[in-house]
Design a protein around this ligand. Structure first.
Ligand code: BES
Ligand code: MN
Ligand code: ZN
Length: 495
């Protein structure tokens, strides 16, 4: 899809479809009023007949209106003005795009200017509309032998901008929306690919492909032998149960001076999580192909940052491995030594995410980070606590956490903080090693973060548990691309 910002009076624009907003009860937005006048009251006549109430997402497609240049006019309802919020906007855009892509229109001009959410800038609406449109149009068909015959003609969208002075801001919003959308698509593709395709090696190859032809992005891949030299006993204790070799992938984007400390993103890349010897039950185990969505979000975010060429330094670190049961697999009770030197008693091999992250977090020190954010589908307990609405955030630096929460509110990719109080650390005591890898049934998301906190003492750190938000189950099963919007917005706020 191509996006553009455009000024000009709506009734005179030559476009396949002019989209205008009607709110409840039967109220024309200002663009709609202009069109109504130009068409001698055609729209108000239709409203009077009762064809369009203006309910949120209600669509009415009209053709060949006298006095209007556009071939079609699509009325979209936005509901009661006082109730118009982010969720309503989401529905308006989704229903609008779905209707447009079935309409036969090749291009459309969307008038949102006076139909916005209070307290949100006009350019916020444009950026969000681009992201939502992109998500609406996303399909994952790589693995189907026959592609669907869905032929969408719609390839160009323009957004109404009321005066030329706003064009620059609108163009920036489009650029951001496009970059975030592309990053989300990339994350979703990686997430949706099955475990037999999306292996650690596959992720490493995709990362290398990204760096091709980019002068300020370098990708390095450490092999198991390199990890052994670095004494990364913890990640190796997970990969030892798998025939697929683990990879430690580093993406280094240099958009600012070398002395500028980077934002470091660390993403959990378990390409399939069987639980290992502590084998998971069978139900819905297929969804454990999504256990690399943290890694995918790092790739998606770095790719958005590269696309925008932001003047900032960003490092992505991805520990990638499978978690499999095998004759050589780690067993409950085994004790291993992490890169940090701390010994870990592995009481449950299904708590593998923290085992690969801890070595990656120690490795992160070498980049002298401004801050480190890890992103992981880490605990089922996170789903129990927060469901599928926000990701959980915990960390050791209140300003970083609050910046992340604000970024999430800004871009509608929400976070909710859980407490990382010292009292919870007790639960990780081991009789035999420095630390146990599980903390019992209670507060599972928090004790997982407590575990990570033992490896993040030397820098500002936040942990995002995306177990509830990275993918959808059921009929709409698939990766969401979250939290690429949040991470990209956070980085945008740092430049
Ligand atoms: N990848 C899972 C977490 C997960 C499970 C995410 C279900 C989304 C849905 C993780 O590796 C895991 O297995 N965690 C265990 C930890 C437990 C053994 C302490 C869990 O949540 O059950
Ligand atoms: Mn697991
Ligand atoms: Zn896992």
């Amino acid at each position: 899809m191509e996006y553009k910002a455009k000024t000009g009076s709506p009734e005179k624009l030559s476009t396949d479809c002019l989209v205008i907003i009607v709110s409840e009860p039967r109220k024309l937005s200002s663009a709609a009023q202009t069109v109504d006048k130009a068409s001698n009251g055609y729209l108000s006549g239709i409203l009077r007949q009762g064809d369009m109430q203006g309910r949120v997402g209600q669509c009415l497609l009209l053709h060949n209106i006298n006095g209007v240049t556009a071939k079609r006019v699509l009325l979209v309802g936005s509901g009661k003005q006082k109730d118009f919020n982010e969720a309503a906007f989401n529905k308006v855009i989704n229903d609008m795009v779905s209707t447009l892509s079935e309409s036969g229109a090749k291009d459309a001009h969307i008038c949102l200017a006076d139909a916005g959410i209070k307290n949100r800038e006009f350019d916020w609406h444009i950026c969000q509309a681009v992201i939502l449109t992109n998500s609406n149009q996303y399909r994952f068909e790589q693995m189907k032998s026959k592609k669907s015959d869905r032929r969408v003609k719609l390839t160009k969208l323009s957004f109404e901008v009321v005066n030329r002075g706003q064009l620059k801001k609108a163009d920036d919003a489009i650029q951001q929306g496009v970059a975030i959308g592309a990053g989300m698509d990339q994350a979703r593709d990686l997430g949706n690919l099955p475990g037999n395709v999306c292996t650690p090696n596959y992720i490493a190859k995709q990362a290398k492909l990204m760096a091709k032809g980019q002068k300020n992005l370098t990708v390095k891949v450490l092999e198991e032998a390199d990890m052994r030299k670095l004494k990364m006993g913890s990640i190796l204790s997970v990969s030892t149960g798998s025939r697929q070799a683990a990879k430690l992938i580093t993406l280094e984007y240099k958009g600012a001076a070398a002395k500028d400390k980077p934002v470091v993103l660390v993403g959990k890349g378990v390409t399939f999580d069987t639980g290992g010897i502590s084998l998971k039950p069978g139900a819905a185990m297929d969804e454990m192909k999504f256990d690399m969505c943290g890694a995918a979000s790092v790739i998606g975010t770095v790719s958005a940052v590269v696309q925008m060429q932001l003047p900032i330094n960003v490092v992505g670190i991805i520990p990638a491995t499978e978690n499999m049961p095998d004759g050589l697999a780690t067993k409950p009770g085994d004790i291993i030594t992490s890169m940090s030197g701390q010994t870990i008693e592995i009481l449950n091999t299904d708590a593998e995410g923290r085992l690969i992250l801890c070595d990656a977090l120690t490795y992160a020190e070498k980049f002298k980070p401004k801050c480190v954010i890890d992103i992981a589908t880490l605990t089922g307990a996170c789903l129990v606590a927060l469901g599928k609405v926000p990701s959980a955030v915990l960390g050791n630096h209140a300003p970083l956490i609050s910046d992340l929460i604000k970024s999430g509110q800004q871009i509608e990719d929400k976070l909710w903080e859980l407490p990382l109080w010292d009292e919870y650390q007790e639960q990780l005591k081991s009789n035999f090693a420095d630390i146990a890898n599980i903390g019992g049934r209670d507060a599972g998301t928090i004790t997982a973060a407590c575990f990570l906190s033992r490896f993040t003492k030397s820098y500002h750190w936040a942990h995002l548990d995306i177990a509830g938000t990275a993918w959808k189950s059921g009929e709409q099963k698939g990766a969401t691309g979250r939290p690429v919007p949040l991470l990209t917005q956070y980085i945008l706020n740092q430049v």
